[in-house]
Design a protein around this ligand. Structure first.
Ligand SMILES: [Zn+2]
Length: 80
């Protein structure tokens, strides 16, 4: 697995919508690759925060917009 693949599967990984094998491969890549590991932790924190705010009561489209908003205002520009 390379960085591109890891990034592509990061969201399903965080959502838990991935197989055990794939999760292991992603986790292994994140472990070996600090930039991807940092990105993962950022996304995970972002998700947790959105969940905390909306408590699953928010339409997906609105949640996505909120995620984008938080990402823009919470990032120092080094993520991605
Ligand atoms: Zn990587």
């Amino acid at each position: 697995m390379n960085c591109h693949e890891a990034h592509a599967q990061l969201y399903t990984f965080i959502d838990g919508e991935t197989t055990a094998i794939r999760r292991l491969r992603i986790r292994w890549h994140l472990h070996r690759c600090p930039p991807c590991g940092d990105g993962f932790r950022f996304e995970e924190r972002l998700k947790a925060r959105v969940r905390q705010i909306c408590r699953d009561e928010m339409p997906p489209e609105l949640a996505n917009r909120l995620m984008t908003f938080i990402r823009e205002h919470d990032s120092d520009g080094s993520v991605g």
